[in-house]
Design a protein around this ligand. Structure first.
Ligand SMILES: Cc1cc2nc3c(=O)[nH]c(=O)nc-3n(C[C@H](O)[C@H](O)[C@H](O)COP(=O)(O)O)c2cc1C
Length: 172
């Protein structure tokens, strides 16, 4: 069952959970992949509620998002999901099936093609309406040194995915 919510009435919960990290789930064809995120924004753009996620070039998730811009944001509620968040934040969907390995239960979505995750019940169904790669020139040197060290030939820069929130609910 889904209890429908206003995303902004849960802004504090989403923000507090983000400090510990949450999941971002994507789908390409029949393949579902999820990854841990610790950065993101809930806000309004073009008069619409949005969740903006930052995804690095190297993530398997980025390939999914570039083919199918839809994603779900999955927030735990009152449970400590450290083990799942650690696994999904260190393993790539290129090498393992994180959904299967962590025994996550997928929940049929309302509007988009990407499912929610029962164990992370607060769900935002999002569709990318704008994306932009971060401009290295605009990033302070101290941040570049700390967060974007040069790896082999280039930095692993983030792309910002602005997802319009099309449905939001708590799975129960
Ligand atoms: C606490 C935590 C927060 C993270 N936040 C982000 C993030 O906001 N953006 C990002 O691109 N990667 C982030 N990562 C790293 C990805 O979750 C990790 O590289 C993951 O293995 C990528 O999976 P994929 O290759 O299946 O997409 C985070 C990892 C952890 C442990």
């Amino acid at each position: 069952m889904k209890q429908y919510i206003e995303p902004f009435s849960h802004a504090t919960e989403i923000g507090k959970a983000l400090e510990k990290s949450i999941l971002l789930t994507t789908k390409r064809g029949d393949e579902v992949n999820t990854m841990t995120i610790g950065w993101g924004f809930l806000g309004i753009m073009w008069g619409k509620p949005m969740f903006m996620a930052l995804v690095r070039e190297s993530r398997y998730t980025k390939q999914f998002l570039d083919e199918n811009g839809e994603f779900t944001i999955n927030v735990p509620l009152g449970t400590d999901e450290k083990e799942i968040l650690a696994y999904c934040g260190t393993r790539s969907g290129r090498d393992v099936d994180k959904i299967k390995d962590m025994k996550l239960t997928l929940e049929e979505p309302d509007v988009i093609s990407v499912p929610g995750i029962r164990e992370f019940p607060l769900t935002l169904e999002c569709r990318t309406v704008y994306k932009q790669g971060m401009e290295e020139a605009g990033i302070p040197q101290s941040v570049l040194d700390r967060h974007y060290p040069v790896k082999t030939i280039k930095r692993d820069i983030h792309t910002l995915y602005y997802g319009e929130i099309l449905s939001s609910y708590i799975i129960s």
